[in-house]
Every structure is written in C-alpha cells, then in structure tokens.
Design a protein around this ligand. Structure first.
Ligand SMILES: Nc1ncnc2c1ncn2[C@@H]1O[C@H](COP(=O)(O)OP(=O)(O)OP(=O)(O)O)[C@@H](O)[C@H]1O
Ligand SMILES: O=C(O)c1ccc[n+]([C@@H]2O[C@H](COP(=O)([O-])O)[C@@H](O)[C@H]2O)c1
Length: 210
C-alpha cells in the first residue's frame, strides 16, 4: 500500500502532519508527502519549490512512516496528480493498492482536476475531513454520480483492491491553514504553536512570508 498526500505546503504546518499521520495509521504501508512544483488551480506559492521542499523534509524528519517524494519538484509544467499517480502506479506494479489522500476542501473541486475520472483507474481516493470544508451537498451531480458507486465504508477496505474506490476518514479537526500562517507572519503575529520548530527556524532564517 502506497499513499500520496500532495500539497502546496507553503508552508507545511501542524495540521498537515497530524492528518498525514492519522491517514498513515488508518492505511498502513507508506505515506509520501508530495510537494507540487506548480500547483494547478490556485495562486502560485510564495516560497520557492526548493524552500517548500526543504521545510517539508525538516518537518517529516521526526515522523517515522512519513516520507517526501520530490518527483513533482523535478517535473516541469503543472503538477497534475494524475501524472504523478501514473508514475507511482508504474513504481508499485499493477496489483498493489495506491491511494491519493486529500482534504475535503480540495475534494469538493475534484471534478475540475485534470483527468479526474481516470484517477480512479490508477488509484483509490481517501478524503480527510476538514473544518469549514464544503459539505457533500455542494458537490456537482457529475461528481456525486461518479463517486457514489465507488464509496466504501472504511479506509482499511482500500487495501482489498489496487484502485477504484473512495473512503472518507474523520481526522482531528484543526483550523490551521497555510494562508492563515502566511497572513499571521506578514502581520508579525506568533505562529509558534502552528508549525514544527525547525520549520519556523527555516522561515525566520530565510525571511519568508514577511
Ligand atoms: N487542517 C487540515 N485538515 C485536513 N486536511 C488539510 C488541512 N490542512 C490542509 N489539508 C489538506 O492538505 C493538502 C495540502 O494542503 P495545502 O498545502 O494547500 O495547505 P492549506 O493549509 O490548505 O494551504 P492554503 O491555506 O495555502 O490553501 C490538501 O489536500 C488539503 O485539503
Ligand atoms: O491534478 C489536478 O488537476 C489538481 C488540481 C488541483 C489540485 N491538485 C493537487 O491537490 C493537492 C492540493 O492542492 P492545493 O492547491 O490545495 O495545495 C496538490 O497536490 C495539487 O497538485 C491537483
């Protein structure tokens, strides 16, 4: 079982780490954080790909079971998750379960993603609860209709097949977001409780988000 938890990670914060650990615990196997070089569908990041990668490496150092996959940083063009999942599928082989992990806020717009239906041909999807994320009622009919027959009740059931299913995982509700952290840093407010210490030290050393 291999899981990919993609993100902009501008910067990585404590909620990312908490929910990634909870997803890893529920799934087993290996969970890789995958920073996007060029995240599709959003303003481009403030920190460079190299800085976001460096912060991610500092953050996961203390978390056995979590890894960092640099492939999107090495690839040019938009960092489409479908492309990454196809590469990972080749790495793990046809029979092994592969899971795309994402927050409920990101999943609410999943039907705007590049080849979103085809993602289910190469991987499962695990949606993590997030406070203030749009509810299922906000999904388009297209998304709801496509997803409904693929829903399974528990994350552990994703181990039964290689791809094609979707589960939801209730994780610790944390209101932390990277945009809030950037705004707080720009305003000179304390963010000590929201980030791992080495990440905060890196931000201060490189004068990021001021
Ligand atoms: N508090 C949280 N609870 C659950 N999932 C989260 C949480 N924060 C981020 N995620 C998920 O982590 C992934 C990466 O998120 P991202 O790097 O965009 O962080 P963010 O805090 O949402 O950033 P921003 O505020 O800049 O949009 C996404 O799938 C997102 O839904
Ligand atoms: O593949 C796509 O079309 C796509 C569209 C939007 C977001 N994503 C991925 O979703 C993850 C979270 O994105 P974001 O913008 O919430 O940081 C990150 O890995 C992005 O590359 C992927």
């Amino acid at each position: 079982m291999l899981a990919m938890f993609g993100g902009t990670f501008d910067p990585i914060h404590n909620a990312h780490l908490t929910v990634a650990r909870e997803a890893h615990k529920a799934l087993g196997g290996e969970l890789r954080m995958v920073p996007a070089q060029v995240p599709p569908h959003r303003d481009q990041p403030v920190a460079s790909p190299e800085q976001r990668l460096a912060m991610l490496k500092l953050a996961v150092a203390d978390h056995p079971g979590l890894g960092v996959d640099e492939r999107e940083i090495q690839r040019s063009g938009p960092s489409y998750s479908f492309d990454t999942l196809c590469e990972l599928r080749r790495e793990v082989g046809a029979a092994s379960p592969l899971v795309l992990v994402l927050g409920a806020d990101a999943f609410a717009h999943f039907d705007s993603w590049f080849r979103w239906r085809d993602i289910f041909k190469v991987a499962h999807v695990l949606v993590l609860t997030r406070p203030r994320a749009p509810s299922r009622g906000s999904w388009t009919n297209d998304l709801e209709g496509y997803v409904r027959p693929r829903i399974v009740a528990r994350a552990t059931m994703l181990r039964q097949r290689a791809a094609g299913m979707i589960a939801s995982l209730g994780v610790t509700p944390m209101l932390v977001s990277a945009s809030d952290i950037r705004a707080k840093l720009a305003a000179g407010e304390s963010v000590e409780s929201l980030l791992p210490k080495p990440v905060l030290a890196y931000i201060e050393q490189h004068k990021l988000y001021r």
